[in-house]
Design a protein around this ligand. Structure first.
Ligand SMILES: Nc1nc2c(ncn2[C@@H]2O[C@H](COP(=O)(O)OP(=O)(O)OP(=O)(O)O)[C@@H](O)[C@H]2O)c(=O)[nH]1
Length: 306
């Protein structure tokens, strides 16, 4: 078995987070007694409260009551399944409804399982365990499919999805969003002078350095293509983006990778920055702007951020 496959069979559920949605405190208490010792539980007493929690801090699994005032469980589940950034959270319905058409409605709404109240502790624990294992394995597979083979940072596919997600999040919370396009200078000459294998290694070092420079858990770097990387910096305005760009340049310069054919003598990068400030036009094409600024940086001497 290769390493990825071994990891998949050994997912740890220790830090799993479950959201329990039920308008009756007694039901919440029962589930807390059964699962509280094994997992991090959070509780919501309405469909709307559940949606708020999912959007701000998504759980790994949701246990959802069906009958609730205002937003019922079925509608809440449908909204979750139609909201791309939270649609992969599995929803297990726990309900007192027992007719087959009622059960069918739970599957139709996008639930992955259905349990009837009063729940028996052992089956509840076993099913939660099974669903969490599947969820974590799916997450891991997705992550592997989202990584660039050479550098280990995210790939273009992940970048595209993350950017859509973070633009929606920024718009919802009226926060700024920045993007950096980082391109290695004179990399063609570097390849010619030092050979592809060595150049590949330095490409990896550069990617790692950018990754280490990013401080916030929501900041990401992805390989955009060739010797070009893109960083997405949520909740970051123009000044912050500039600051991160300068740090990236400094940290790459500090690697002191000799490049005899560059006027700078070491491997350097040029960076194009782009920002949507808070409450501005969230439809702005950040990649196009960053690309334009990168071009300008290349045209005016390289080894700079614009
Ligand atoms: N070793 C290696 N080289 C790569 C990889 N991807 C792209 N390159 C090389 O990167 C070079 C990019 O060349 P250009 O687009 O002309 O850019 P540049 O030479 O860095 O010039 P400027 O960006 O204008 O400073 C090409 O020689 C590519 O072959 C890779 O994965 N590994």
């Amino acid at each position: 078995m290769n390493q990825a496959a071994t990891t998949l069979t050994k997912v740890s559920l220790e830090n799993a987070r479950i959201l329990v949605v039920d308008d009756q405190p007694i039901n919440i208490q029962v589930i807390n007694q059964v699962l509280g010792d094994c997992y991090h539980l959070r509780f919501a007493k309405s469909g709307q409260a559940a949606l708020d929690i999912c959007l701000s801090d998504p759980p790994d699994l949701i246990l959802m009551d069906v009958v609730m005032p205002e937003l019922d469980g079925l509608t809440t589940c449908k909204i979750i399944k139609n909201t791309p950034e939270i649609s992969d959270i599995p929803v297990v319905f726990i309900t007192s409804l027992q007719k087959s058409e009622e059960e069918n409605a739970c599957w139709q709404a996008g639930g992955i399982d259905y349990m009837v109240k009063p729940v028996n502790p052992l089956p509840l624990r076993n099913r939660v365990n099974a669903h969490l294992t599947l969820k974590f394995q799916a997450d891991l597979l997705k992550k592997l499919a989202y990584l660039d083979g050479l550098t280990g940072v995210y790939n273009r596919r992940y970048l595209d999805e993350y950017l859509i997600q973070q633009t929606a999040q920024a718009k919802r919370s009226n926060q700024p969003l920045s993007l950096l396009m980082v391109d290695i200078d004179y990399f063609k000459q570097f390849n010619d002078e030092y050979g592809h294998l060595f150049a590949d290694d330095q490409l990896k070092q550069t990617a790692l350095s950018i990754k280490k420079t990013l401080q916030r858990p929501t900041d990401i770097v992805a390989r955009f293509g060739g010797e070009e990387f893109v960083c997405v910096l949520p909740d970051t305005g123009k000044l912050g983006a500039r600051h991160v760009a300068e740090s990236i340049m400094q940290n790459i310069a500090a690697l002191k990778i000799t490049h005899k054919l560059s006027p700078h003598q070491y491997l350097t990068v040029s960076i194009g920055t782009a920002t949507i400030e808070a409450k501005q036009d969230y439809g702005t094409d950040l990649i196009a702007i960053a690309d334009k600024h990168l071009y300008k940086a290349k045209q005016t001497g390289r080894n700079k951020a614009i």
